[in-house]
Ligand binder design. Structure first.
Ligand code: 13P
Length: 251
């Protein structure tokens, strides 16, 4: 059975000290709890090693928000997948719309990043999603299908099985405008069909597909009740331990 997962994406927020304090708070909240899902936080590179030292990764998984498309070398300012893995992190968000939009990440680049992440035993949380114009002109299914095909369908079934997908409609990110539970379910079911066509029903049924975009404690229960929504990738609401735990407890 596929996993249910709630993952926080802190984006470019918190100083090291604030981040360590927040991670400790979430870790503490999970101590006695028996959440019905895996819980992960994806944090800035600078925070990874320090946070790894203060959390119990049996309860709270740790991830980076990106990694480089090269293994090592003269790429000033970049952080590689082996570097991320060496901090103790085991997840990495790849292909977030903010990376695609502001840093020119293409499917070709993302293919390299996915390969390096898998080589270094990092679990990619791979983001896909359409912009508002594509939602409005009705091309959203094609757009999302293309994003998956171009960056992931070169993988073997075994490697594809290691990927977590996150559907994040760009128009819902940080806007307070959530996709309705039916819009999310329609897309998630469509994505599962696309995976089934390429890798078969079993792989598709075992793939966790998270929803992201203005997910909050108030709307998470309806979203997570949908059969093809396997959890959430949470931005703003993951920066507060109480609201993040409110979403975790929506399962
Ligand atoms: P918000 O939850 O802030 O809308 O962000 C969603 C997101 O981009 C998570 O990766």
């Amino acid at each position: 059975m596929r996993k249910k997962i709630v993952a926080g994406n802190w984006k470019m927020n918190t100083t090291l000290q604030e981040g360590v304090a927040l991670a400790k708070e979430v870790n503490e909240a999970l101590k006695g709890a028996e959440p019905k899902c895996d819980v992960v936080i994806a944090v800035p590179f600078t925070h990874l090693a320090s946070i790894n030292a203060v959390i119990d990764q049996n309860k709270l998984g740790l991830g980076a928000e990106n990694c480089a498309d090269h293994k090592s070398g003269a790429y000033t300012g970049e952080v590689s997948a082996p570097m991320v893995a060496s901090t103790g992190a085991t997840y990495v968000i790849l292909g977030h719309s903010e990376r695609r939009q502001y840093y020119g990440e293409t499917s070709e680049i993302l293919k390299e990043k996915v390969a390096l992440a898998l080589e270094n035993k990092l679990t990619p949380i791979f983001c896909i999603g359409e912009v508002l114009e594509e939602r409005e002109n009705g091309t959203y299914n094609d757009v999302v299908k293309k994003q998956i095909e171009e960056a992931l369908f070169n993988l073997s079934a075994e490697d594809f099985g290691k990927i977590i997908l996150a559907y994040e409609p760009v128009w819902a990110i940080g806007t307070g405008k959530t996709a309705t539970d039916d819009q999310a379910e329609d897309m998630h079911a469509f994505i599962r069909g696309v995976i089934a066509d390429r890798y078969g029903k079993e792989v598709a049924e075992n793939t966790s597909i998270l929803y992201g975009g203005s997910c909050k404690p108030s709307n998470a229960p309806q979203l997570f009740a949908k059969p093809d929504v396997d959890g959430g990738l949470i931005g703003g609401a993951s920066l507060d331990a109480e609201s993040f735990m409110g979403i975790v407890n929506a399962f």
